[in-house]
Design a protein around this ligand. Structure first.
Ligand SMILES: [Zn+2]
Ligand SMILES: [Zn+2]
Length: 614
């Protein structure tokens, strides 16, 4: 009996064989063993069941001993052959080696029919026992009770056992594609016509290229009756056969929409081309798509079809490369907590009072877990209301800050408030500094303060550039921008006016707005004008960061006050003693202890410590 397995490392654990009830050998075994009647009854009963249901995980596993046995090629043991409802004849060879210790379906089946369970793979750091295990261990591990292969890791075991089978001529390594036919026709009016004609004499005849595209009639009545309106478009359907000129009929089914979404991006490159589907030169210029973004719901249909189409078109020489997309981002969903009334079902927040009771019936409402936003669950947020209340910038900053795009976003009122407060901080900072920033002229000096401002600026820019360009981690980019805003709040008033530092602050604010503009375009545009910039911030190129400035060395200086550790400040490694002393005295945590007090002594231990006695 030929079987296919992805786990040759578990052959030693195969204690029985499962066959599709439709497999011709099933009844042959039963006949020889005199079990024909009961086996036939089982086979006929399973034949009534839907194939998808039969093979789904939830379906109760059922089987019957066929009366036949076979030999495990590695252990030499004689093992029973069962007919089992979950094995499909169309899939693989219609026969499966059953390894109950390492396959959950086989495990459930073995427990039900009291078949032996033999552990042959031990996971790391665990010792499984066939008597006590509650479910199969499907992962990999170290091989045990596996003859000469005992002690190997699964991966190596797979290779060695495959080689062993090949050597003995009883098996071979093979790549098995799990491909099934795809029914591409739909009974829909509006779809891409399937360009074929049915002729009684010639059969199915493709519409000749000169007659393409097939245009659908636009004047069919919409009825509420079932079925495809095209099927009744007699005028359109009647056509002469392109092969024999006899009377023939058009295909009335249209393509599944997946058929078009599998390659639309290729046609977008060259949408007006009426000579051919794809211009090879343009394909070479533009493909592959640099960045593809889609919901995770497309991960297993659309993307597979798109790759399949691409490989076909590649083989026809129509598109370059092996893959249609260079990078893929599957974004998460927007989720929000749900509220459910025992009498009225899902409730909108405004249908629930402050005490958490349904406004309609007064029953306590259950606050449920966060789920994908949907109108039916009433856990949606109306973007227009949010924008009305907080502005579009807040809505954007909140959405981008709440989570990295590949993760689900949990909607929270507090998060929205936080985004609003942050933008308020930016607004107030620059409202206060706009005059100083517009006035600043010339170039910064090489003072420690100016160097620190520039270091923070370029470090932030470097981080934000990387987060945005490489990883789309807008949330961490935003937190870096927030930190920079915090830093700018701590810059002393004098620095905004001083000729050595003001230009560095002007650069900082300029770069801050350029970084913030994609996240909060309206506010950034407004402040851009405040500080005397011409044109729109949104039309500026992304600024380059100065690697050397960003990388500049820093040292940590510890501050003691009256012998107790009170603060740590980060300073440029090139800062002078005088600069460090004045930065220490301006540090807010130091000010807490020194404000209104007389400083009796201040000692500086170079690059390490400042000790103050008050
Ligand atoms: Zn014909
Ligand atoms: Zn209610």
């Amino acid at each position: 009996i030929t079987v296919f397995t992805t786990r040759p490392d578990t052959v030693y654990g195969a204690t029985f064989m499962s066959m599709a009830p439709e497999h011709p050998l099933v009844l042959e075994f039963a006949r020889k063993a005199g079990r024909e009647a009961e086996v036939l009854e089982f086979v006929e009963r399973v034949a009534q069941q839907d194939k998808l249901v039969r093979s789904s995980e939830e379906t109760e596993k059922e089987g019957i001993f066929t009366g036949g046995t076979c030999r495990n090629p590695l252990t030499g043991a004689s093992i029973p052959i069962y007919a089992a409802n979950f094995v499909l004849y169309e899939y693989g060879t219609g026969a499966v080696m059953a390894v109950p210790a390492h396959d959950q379906r086989d495990f459930e089946f073995a427990r039900k029919y009291e078949l032996p369970v033999v552990v042959v793979i031990q996971p790391d750091g665990e010792v499984l026992s066939s008597d006590t295990m509650k479910s199969a261990h499907e992962g990999e591990g170290r091989m045990v009770d596996s003859g000469p292969f005992t002690g190997l890791q699964s991966e190596e075991g797979k290779r060695k056992i495959t080689a062993h089978f090949e050597e003995k001529g009883i098996g071979k390594g093979k790549i098995q594609y799990r491909l099934r036919d795809w029914g591409v026709s739909r009974q829909r009016y509006w779809g891409c016509p399937i360009p074929v004609i049915h002729c009684n004499t010639c059969g199915v005849v493709p519409v000749p290229a000169r007659d393409l595209p097939v245009i659908l009639p636009e004047d069919l009545p919409y009825t509420r009756e079932k079925g495809n309106p095209l099927a009744s478009a007699e005028e359109w359907i009647k056509v002469s056969c392109p092969a024999c000129n006899g009377p023939a009929r058009r295909e009335t089914d249209t393509f599944d929409t997946f058929f078009e979404s599998s390659w639309y991006f290729l046609r977008y490159i060259d949408p007006k081309n009426d000579r051919e589907a794809l211009d090879r030169e343009k394909m070479r210029n533009w493909m592959p798509v640099d960045q593809y973004i889609g919901g995770v719901e497309h991960a297993c249909m659309h993307l597979i079809y798109a790759r399949f189409f691409h490989k076909y078109l590649r083989d026809r020489g129509l598109v370059p490369g092996n893959e249609p997309f260079h990078r893929l981002l599957s974004q998460g969903m927007v989720c929000k907590q749900t509220m459910e009334c025992p009498k009225h079902g899902w409730r909108y927040p405004e249908e629930v009072d402050e005490k958490g009771k349904c406004r309609k019936c007064g029953e306590q409402v259950t606050v449920g877990r966060s789920m994908k936003m949907s109108k039916s669950k009433r856990n949606v947020v109306e973007p227009s209301e949010l924008i009305e209340r907080y502005g579009a910038d807040t809505a954007r900053v909140f959405s981008l800050f709440a989570s990295p795009p590949e993760k689900d976003l949990d909607w929270s009122e507090q998060g929205v408030e936080g985004a609003y407060r942050f933008l308020g901080r930016v607004f107030r900072l620059l409202a206060q500094r706009r005059e100083a920033v517009s006035r600043a002229e010339g170039s910064w000096d090489e003072s420690a303060a100016a160097r620190q401002i520039r270091r923070v600026t370029h470090r932030t820019l470097k981080k934000v550039t990387g987060d945005v360009e490489d990883r789309f981690h807008f949330n961490t980019a935003l937190s870096a921008i927030m930190e920079m805003v915090n830093f700018l709040y701590l810059v002393e008033d004098a620095a905004w006016e001083s000729p050595g530092t003001a230009p560095a602050l002007r650069e900082a604010v300029t770069i801050l707005l350029l970084m913030l503009s994609p996240f909060a375009p309206h506010l950034s545009e407004e402040i851009w004008e405040w500080i005397g910039k011409k044109d729109l911030v949104s039309t500026q190129p992304w600024p380059p960061f100065d690697e050397e400035v960003a990388r500049a060395e820093e040292i940590l200086v510890v501050v003691q006050i009256n012998g107790k550790l009170r603060s740590r400040i980060t300073v440029d490694a090139g800062a002078t003693e005088e600069e460090i002393r004045s930065m220490v005295l301006a540090d807010p945590r130091v000010l807490e202890y020194t404000e209104g007090k007389k400083i009796r002594k201040m000692v500086y231990v170079p690059k390490k410590l400042v000790s103050i006695v008050v």
